[in-house]
Design a binder for this molecule. Structure first.
Ligand code: FPP
Length: 270
């Protein structure tokens, strides 16, 4: 019964406490790659992992092989974030639009996700990685949902990087769900519409437990947001990498952080 209650909570929202204060590890015990300033590490990095299909095609392989290689790149990216003390990493793993792909590719991606969670759960615990997920998670096959929640529970006490998988995620759908939640609160008398501010809206999004991304990385050279964290990335610095996602190495993450550290973030001020 307790397990079911936990699953129900995860499905409707997220059981994590709201994270405002930094949970960054003690940097004095860490060694950083060259030319990275420990005092300016982004708290939250978001990644559009693009180019799996083209990577596979370039080698004359089926698209699913690209997705499999993409899953290995996920592991390298998480490791690199842990190396730097990044607190949150959001990965665009499956969009609401991705349901329109051929049935066989969708099924293969779901199988890959489930296997990834099964195989990586022990490693995530050992590497102090905490798993979270955002999106319309109840759209996923039941076995994927079960594995996801088992893995979220198993890693919930970890204090290293929080890896947030965006699954059946679409930013516009998230905003629609947020508006519905706001309207419900107003009609039930818990909220005065005059009190709705950007902060209040943020607290009705799937990401309400996490700070906004500081850095958004997209691979494969495309310059689009593709319905990913549109509200949350208002002030994110954007780095576009020319390589396909399966070729992503830890050094690419480090280099993206170096580029980020050269930017002047003014948040609309002077
Ligand atoms: C975009 O490449 C990638 C996806 C739609 C899926 C992302 C999935 C992974 C990286 C692998 C699995 C992830 C986990 C967490 C296990 P694309 O297929 O659109 O590539 P293309 O633009 O070259 O066709």
């Amino acid at each position: 019964m307790a397990f079911l209650a936990a699953v129900g909570r995860c499905m409707r929202g997220n059981p994590m406490p709201f994270v405002q204060e930094s949970t960054r590890p003690d940097q004095s015990t860490m060694s950083f790659p060259p030319a990275i300033r420990p005092d300016a590490i982004p708290r939250h990095i978001a990644v559009i992992m693009d180019g799996n299909g083209r990577w596979a095609k370039a080698q004359g392989w089926q698209r699913i092989k690209g997705h499999r290689a993409g899953a290995d790149a996920v592991t390298r990216c998480v490791e690199a974030c842990n190396d730097l003390g990044v607190e949150f990493l959001t990965l665009y793993a499956f969009s609401t639009e991705n349901w329109q792909r051929p049935k066989s590719e969708v099924a293969a991606l779901m199988t890959l996700l489930e296997r990834f969670l099964k195989e990586q759960s022990g490693r995530m615990v050992a590497d102090n990685v905490r798993l979270q997920a955002i999106g319309r998670l109840t759209d996923l096959p039941q076995s994927c949902q079960d594995e996801l929640h088992r893995c979220i529970e198993a890693t919930s006490q970890n204090s290293g990087v929080t890896m947030i998988l965006a699954l059946s995620y679409g930013s516009r759908e998230e905003i629609v769900d947020g508006i519905r939640s706001l309207l419900r609160n107003v009609s039930e008398g818990h909220l005065d519409s005059a009190m709705i501010t950007p902060d209040v809206v943020s607290k009705h999004l799937y990401t309400r437990y996490f700070p906004d991304p500081d850095l958004l990385i997209r691979t494969s050279g495309e310059m689009r947001l593709s319905n990913f964290l549109l509200w949350q990335c208002s002030y994110a610095e954007i780095v576009i990498l020319q390589k396909f996602w399966p070729d992503f190495q830890k050094e690419d993450l480090y280099q993206s952080v170096r580029d980020y550290q050269k930017r002047q973030r003014r948040f609309g001020a002077v």
